[in-house]
Design a protein around this ligand. Structure first.
Ligand code: PLP
Length: 368
């Protein structure tokens, strides 16, 4: 087989794919001097809220800040425990930690998303909220999470960083709880040209507090109503995101096509566990931020694919949050730990051609 290059993610392609349009946006923003909190940001926020089916969207500097501010705006902090899945970016736990609350990691289930039974088992008298991560572009079974939250009087704050546009039972990720954060990191399904994020909420009070928190606590007339941070989404990034949001459905369609092709070419291999196919379950609409498989002899497969020019990644540098020793968690999460010996992300982005995906699948089959 002739070796070709299939990088895990093609960063230059992000820019090249719409270079002329981006240059026009840079010029327009630059000539207007519209750098911070201008009409482009407000327009994008309006479009994002409409797209996500939320009452409000607020652009923030990144999703980590968005989650952190959401925890604070919800009134949670010292003495409170918040349950999250250990199979997430460390940012989820960090957002809880920096709000002064205690992050409590729990196991994920076979779908790699937070396992409702492990949430229930981790609840104590101090538990105040659940922060489910809508991982890999798939929304959790939010009925199960909501019923636990209702039973124990807990808030839900979603980490929807990887899941804009994904749905469970026709309801969009980011609209189930009190608030949610989305990330616009360049490799995300809706990525900007740097860091960026948004918070979604349907709650008027949360919106008010989050608006203050992200801008030094200042209200519309510049009076300081509370202590705040500087965590605004740049106007330039907002203009770029607004341009990309108008084309977002095509991005998702392309990713779902790639997932269907992976499924067709790899299903039936006993050495692999594939993510649910895009058409498997009418309750779920997945946007395939990632294509995370489980594989026998994962590390050898990774090396083999690298030799064939194919980039793969083990999420979070190969460890779930509770496995980073210096963070000091004293917990064993057997399912997540076993999964982290087997999980591997194959390339998944809209720069991939059908021939690229076929090449990846041929190489995987050749390895076994
Ligand atoms: C699940 C999850 N949570 C949080 C984050 C943090 O997002 P940001 O880099 O925008 O702070 C990411 C980004 O990779 C993520 O994937």
């Amino acid at each position: 087989m002739a070796v070709r290059s299939v990088p895990f993610f093609n960063y230059p392609h992000v820019f090249r794919s719409s270079e002329d349009e981006f240059m026009a946006i840079f010029q327009d923003i630059g000539r207007r001097g519209a750098f911070i909190a201008q009409e482009d940001l407000h327009r994008f926020e309006k479009h994002l809220a409409e797209y996500a089916g939320a009452k409000y969207a607020l652009g923030v500097a990144n999703a980590t800040d968005g989650l952190h501010m959401a925890v604070r705006a919800a009134g949670l902090g010292a003495g409170d425990e918040i349950i999250f899945s250990s199979h997430t970016m460390v940012a989820t736990g960090a957002a809880i930690y920096f709000a002064g609350a205690k992050p409590v990691p729990v196991d994920c289930g076979p779908d790699h998303l937070i396992a409702p039974d492990s949430v229930e088992a981790a609840i104590t008298a101090r538990t105040r909220a659940i922060m489910p991560t809508q991982l890999n572009g798939r929304t959790c079974n939010m009925e199960a999470i909501q019923s636990i939250a209702d039973k124990h009087n807990l808030l839900i704050i979603e980490d929807a960083s990887q899941a804009l546009g994904s749905r469970f039972k026709s309801k969009a990720a980011g609209t189930f709880g009190l608030a949610a954060a989305i990330s616009f990191y360049p490799a995300k399904t809706l990525g900007c040209l740097g860091d960026g994020g948004a918070v979604l909420t349907n709650d008027d009070q949360m919106y008010r507090k989050l608006s203050l928190l992200r801008d030094h606590g200042r209200d519309e007339v510049g009076d300081v109503a509370m202590w705040g941070l500087n965590s605004r989404l740049d106007n330039l990034q907002a203009a770029i995101l607004d341009f990309k949001l108008a084309r977002y459905d095509q991005e998702i369609e392309q990713r779902r096509k790639i997932a269907t092709l992976y499924e067709r070419l790899l299903c039936g291999r006993k050495e692999l566990v594939l993510p649910p196919s895009p058409s498997a379950d009418p309750d779920h609409f997945d946007v395939f931020q990632n294509y995370e498989i489980e594989a026998d002899r994962r590390d050898e497969l990774k090396v083999f694919l690298r030799q064939r020019g194919i980039g793969t990644l083990v999420q979070w540098g190969g460890k779930a949050v509770h496995q980073f020793e210096k963070l000091g968690f004293q917990v064993s999460l057997p399912f997540t730990e076993r999964m982290f010996e087997r999980c591997l992300m194959l390339p998944m982005n809209s720069a991939l051609t059908e021939a690229d995906v076929e090449y990846v699948c041929e190489a995987v089959c050749e390895f076994y």
